[in-house]
Design a binder for this molecule. Structure first.
Ligand SMILES: [Zn+2]
Length: 433
């Protein structure tokens, strides 16, 4: 049997077909997830569709075909984003956008991204099958290059639409094979010079709603198919360098050392105790460390490490950054070393408006489900769009919290429940101004 067939059968295995109502079809969603999973399939049965690759383009073209089948008018912008638009009865009103991305990390999974795009499409398709036309225009969107697997950055599609991020900086980007941003775009029929034209007037969008897999275990622990995202954490990456003095491990007495690694170790241990003091959702992680000279018999003279600091609220997040810096200085002084900081990234967290969360709660209750709220620790296109436009996010339960891995999985019944909630939410949005 083909991979497509195996994947489809696995999805259907435990599907509760009572969830096929209101025009929503689990079989159709499964068939589409399965068809996409074949594009860029790896030896481990994972997905390899880097941003702006031919595989990503092939996936976009496949979905664009389905958009047309669903009666949507397809438009490609200069950043490679794809929009499928359904006219509203009042078509001059700002549109409701929903979607995600179809690129992946190397050897990633088949749900991170595609589920958000196909859930948004399923809503439009269900409406078409039931002859429903929304009051406001509705657009299914595929953002380019969300994961950043190619340029270590990501969000090049959503940043293009929002007019964020400088083209000058992007022009300096090179992928691991040394291919420039300009050349990469050219290979998929885009032009870097025209990239800024992707910028869209904010007034044309009322809200962006993104469905995404949770990539964590909170919903699984509560046995819920989907949950309301309360905010998207803004990451800050702090490069921290402790400088002491290298020396011979045998000939330097213990009381005459300025060991950069001892200082760094104390710092790392201390960091893990700091986030809970500022907020329930704050986190800080040291995941990368570089020791110099890195010899068995040499006292470490210099240690560089990276702290990833996040929270969905800006104030506590910024307070935590300051607290971490202060702690580093105290520890450095105690060990006779110096410490220097360099921020490589500081993105503002995106809170999700209270009234949006309440509407999502109503949508969840309307499906007979229990509402549950959770923060998003990871960045998403909604984080970029949310800098200037109201956003909502809905997480679907991930099996074992696995993601960015071929084993990434969400049960089809949970995915379809999420589609129903999304559909109900977007229908509720029609009643507003
Ligand atoms: Zn994603």
């Amino acid at each position: 049997m083909s991979w497509n067939g195996i994947f489809y059968n696995k999805l259907m295995e435990s599907y509760n077909d009572k969830l096929n109502y209101g025009g929503v079809s689990g079989e159709r969603l499964a068939a589409r997830l399965a068809a996409l999973s074949e594009i860029g399939l790896t030896a481990d049965k994972g997905s390899n569709r880097p941003g702006y690759s031919l595989e990503e383009k092939q996936a976009k073209d496949m979905v664009a075909g389905w958009m047309e089948d669903a009666g949507l008018v397809v438009h490609h912008d200069e950043a490679g984003n794809v929009f499928g638009r359904l006219a509203g009865k009042h078509n001059h009103l700002p549109a409701i956008l929903s979607g995600s991305h179809v690129d992946s990390v190397p050897n990633g999974g088949h749900f991170d991204g595609p589920l958000g795009v196909l859930a948004a499409l399923e809503v439009a398709q269900a409406w078409k099958d039931k002859g429903y036309q929304p009051e406001k225009p509705y657009e299914v969107v595929i953002f380019s290059d969300e994961e950043g697997a190619r340029f270590n950055g990501g969000f090049n599609g959503s940043e293009g639409m929002m007019g964020l991020g400088s083209l000058e900086e992007k022009m300096k980007l090179k992928d691991s094979e040394g291919v420039s941003f300009e050349e990469v775009l050219k290979k998929v029929g885009l032009s870097a010079a025209q990239y800024p034209e992707a910028k869209r007037a904010k007034e044309t969008i009322e809200m962006f709603v993104e469905v995404h897999i949770e990539q964590g275990k909170r919903l699984e622990k509560q046995n819920l198919p989907c949950g309301i995202v309360t905010g998207i954490a803004g990451p800050c990456w702090l490069e921290v360098t402790f400088t002491g003095e290298a020396g011979h491990a045998g000939n330097t007495p213990m009381n005459d050392r300025r060991d950069a690694l001892v200082a760094a170790s104390e710092f790392i241990t201390k960091i893990s105790t700091l986030p809970s003091a500022v907020s329930d959702s704050a986190v800080a992680t040291v995941g990368k460390l570089h020791v110099e000279p890195n010899g068995v018999n040499v006292i470490p003279g210099k240690v560089s490490l990276y702290v990833d600091i996040r929270d969905i609220h800006k104030e506590p997040r910024d307070k935590l950054i300051e607290k971490i810096k202060q702690t580093g200085e105290e520890i450095a002084a105690n060990h006779g070393t110096t410490v220097a900081y360099y921020e490589t990234m500081r993105v503002s967290p995106v809170p999700i408006e209270e009234k949006t969360q309440e509407l999502m709660e109503e949508a969840i209750r309307s499906q007979g489900l229990t509402p549950s709220c959770l923060p998003s620790g990871a960045g998403h296109d909604a984080m970029v769009v949310g800098e200037e436009i109201p956003v909502a996010m809905l997480f679907t339960k991930s099996v074992n919290g696995v993601s960015h891995h071929p084993d990434e999985w969400s049960e089809l019944s949970d995915c379809v429940q999420t589609v129903h909630v999304l559909k109900s939410f977007v229908e509720k949005l029609q009643q507003g101004e």
